[in-house]
Design a protein around this ligand. Structure first.
Ligand code: ATP
Length: 320
């Protein structure tokens, strides 16, 4: 597999798409270096799937220049299709076939040499943690297993650029973590480029080298996870105190972002990292204050949207 590290795997400028007078994408620019993970973050209806559909040649933009894996999306869609893999919210998995049969079928469709097909299927089943279920019908798979099989099917064609549309939406935390490990492994081991869409800041944070936030048809922020979190802030620890004296003392001494005198709770800014939590716990120990409850709140999509747009997350009404 060729790895063109540093060269853009996806380069798009001024991409526009409207449905009637619904402007879904209002001039979007993307520049994704090969061998990196890029996360497009936004709530329901923000236009994330539309971006994936346009870049993967499934639908046409109204305007804009787009190149994927070096090929022009409009003028050379076949070359783009040959270089990419897409897994979306609607899976290509056939429930009547076993995991292995689904992969062999895909190998067939991708015209893999006959003697490589079984090996390719076996390798992918191992890599995607599906060995135990290889001979079971996909209809019996859990949501996480189905997503992994779907991704395995995409990998049969050895794509250089992979679009993952909300790869973990609806999965339980354990399946989500397994998926994250697999995605990160793909980038580290094979140098593929991944554009993933997500509604979860935590997912973008864990996986992406760069994150862009989509809001009302425009990218309202772009940067590394650290840059974005710095911009957003929003992390805090909530402390609930057992008695009013302790509460008053803490309220006077700590750096408090908000307080609720009735519930005797204080919110202290914190990114939730071990060092600042330890410092806070040490201080509580030292002062012998009794805390009934401690809750850590790490920034999420709500915080991102509030910080960047002044609006809470709602289903996105596209620009008109
Ligand atoms: N074929 C279509 N005809 C009309 N409107 C459409 C069509 N496809 C998408 N839209 C609208 O475009 C907007 C963006 O949709 P899109 O699916 O790209 O959002 P999304 O960010 O992927 O959201 P979700 O997380 O719900 O998938 C929505 O308002 C949607 O209703």
């Amino acid at each position: 597999m060729t790895i063109d590290l540093g060269r853009p795997a996806v380069a798009a400028t001024a991409v526009r798409k409207a449905y009637g007078d619904h402007v879904v994408l209002d001039g979007i620019d993307l520049d994704i270096p090969a061998g990196s993970v890029f996360a497009l973050l936004g709530p329901n209806g923000a236009g994330k799937t539309t971006v994936v559909q346009i870049l993967s040649t499934l639908i046409r933009a109204d305007a804009g220049e787009m190149r994927v894996a070096g090929h022009d999306v409009v003028r050379d869609p076949d070359a783009v299709r040959a270089a990419i893999g897409v897994t979306g919210q609607f899976s290509a998995v056939d429930g009547f076939l076993t995991g292995e049969e689904n992969l062999l079928l895909m190998a067939d469709l991708n015209r893999l040499p006959r003697k490589e097909r079984r090996q390719s299927a076996a390798d992918l089943l191992a890599r995607l943690d599906l060995m135990d279920a290889a001979r079971k019908p996909a209809a019996t798979y859990s949501g996480g297993m189905r997503r992994r099989l779907d991704l395995a099917m995409t990998l049969v064609g050895r794509p250089r650029v992979i679009f993952l549309d909300e790869p973990t939406t609806g999965l339980d935390p354990r399946s989500r973590r397994t998926m994250w490990e697999i995605i990160r492994g793909l980038v580290n081991d094979e140098g593929v480029t991944i554009l993933l869409t997500t509604q979860y800041l935590e997912e973008a944070d864990r996986l992406a080298d760069r994150i862009a936030v989509l809001h009302r048809g425009k990218l309202v922020a772009e940067g590394s996870p650290e840059e974005l979190k710095r911009q957003v802030g929003g992390g805090h620890v909530t402390l609930r105190f057992a008695d009013p004296r302790g509460y008053d003392h803490a309220a006077r001494t700590l750096d408090v972002v908000s307080r609720n005198d009735e519930a005797r709770t204080l919110q202290i800014p914190s990114q939730g990292d071990v060092r600042s939590l330890r410092a806070l716990l040490d201080w509580l120990d030292h002062t012998s204050l009794t805390v009934d409850e401690l809750q850590v709140h790490t920034p999420d999509l709500d915080d991102v949207f509030f910080a960047l747009t002044g609006n809470p997350v709602t289903e996105q009404e596209p620009a008109r």
